[in-house]
Structure formats: structure tokens, C-alpha cells
Design a protein around this ligand. Structure first.
Ligand code: CUA
Length: 171
């Protein structure tokens, strides 16, 4: 079979590496498509705006309403505010093997949140509500780190996420 690259490149080794990198790009695109369809793994698509300077006046992100709530269907919603320099509330406890939806809003600047060894990670952009749907397979203690530089206290911006064994009652 004639190599279509031959028209623009004489060197066979160079053509080999060009083909190889093209194939890698094609394989990566196929894998992305596969996991998007089969595993429903997509970039966060929740677009919901909020006035970051008035979070305390909203119902959802008022201080008294933050934290972990169990929904009627047994899933969990965690509402948190990210602000220099912490995630509030700072202690979160959720059950393992249960669908968890995190809803985060920033009260000031751009933050990010990441729980190592899990797929819980998102940017928290002021003016928007960030939403992450996940499930923690294993009980344990996970720190929640800020992973967007947000000021001098950035390195100290973290809170504690505790995943406990799922109980029969589902609580
Ligand atoms: Cu918040 Cu870095």
C-alpha cells in the first residue's frame, strides 16, 4: 500500500514516527469517546451562577445550611463554601458506596478542591456553583485540598473528609 505521507516526507523513519503519533491521537480519541459513552465520564457541565458576595444571604449556602444532607432517595448532598483559606464546614462525613453530590461555591477568589485517591476534583470559580457527582468505594480519611493558587494561605487550605462504612440503615 502506498504511504500517503510519502508525498511530503522522504525519510521512512520520520514517517514511522509521524504515523505512530497519529495513531496515539486516534487511540486517545477513541478511549475518550468510549468512556464518555460507557462510563458516563464527562467534564463537569453544571453551569449555575451565584453572587459570591451574597452567599450568606442565599438559602443553600447560608452558614446554617452547609454540610451533609441525606436525600429522600438515600443519596447524599454536601454543600460547602470555599473561602480563603478553608472549605466550610471543615469536617465532612459521608458513607461509602453511596452517591454523593458535592455543591461548592467560592466566597472570594478562584479555588480548586481535590480529594487524593478519589475522582473528587473540581475548580471552584467565583460566581458559579461547582457540582461533582461521585461515590467513594472505600472508607477512610481523605483530606480535601485546594489545588488552585488562591493567596498566601493556599498551602494551608484544606479540610477533612471522612468516609465511613455504609450501614444497613443507609444513614
Ligand atoms: Cu484556595 Cu488555593
Amino acid at each position: 500500500m502506498a504511504d500517503p505521507l510519502k508525498a511530503i516526507c522522504e525519510d521512512s523513519l520520520e514517517r514511522f514516527w509521524t504515523w505512530l503519533s497519529l495513531m496515539l491521537a486516534v487511540i486517545a480519541a477513541i478511549l475518550l469517546g468510549f468512556y464518555a459513552v460507557a462510563g458516563n465520564i464527562n467534564p463537569p457541565s453544571n453551569v449555575e451562577t451565584i453572587d459570591s458576595s451574597r452567599l450568606h444571604l442565599t438559602e443553600e449556602f447560608a452558614e446554617d445550611n452547609l454540610g451533609v444532607k441525606t436525600n429522600p432517595d438515600g443519596s447524599i448532598t454536601v454543600t460547602m463554601v470555599a473561602a480563603r483559606y478553608g472549605f466550610y464546614p471543615q469536617e465532612i462525613e459521608v458513607p461509602a458506596e453511596t452517591p454523593v453530590t458535592f455543591r461548592l461555591a467560592s466566597a472570594d477568589v478562584l479555588h480548586g478542591v481535590h480529594a487524593p485517591y478519589t475522582n473528587m476534583a473540581t475548580m471552584v470559580v467565583p460566581g458559579y456553583v461547582s457540582e461533582v457527582n461521585t461515590m467513594f468505594p472505600k472508607a477512610g480519611e481523605y483530606p480535601l485540598f485546594c489545588n488552585e493558587y488562591c493567596g498566601l494561605g493556599h498551602d494551608h487550605m484544606w479540610s477533612r473528609l471522612t468516609v465511613v462504612e455504609k450501614t444497613a440503615g443507609g444513614e
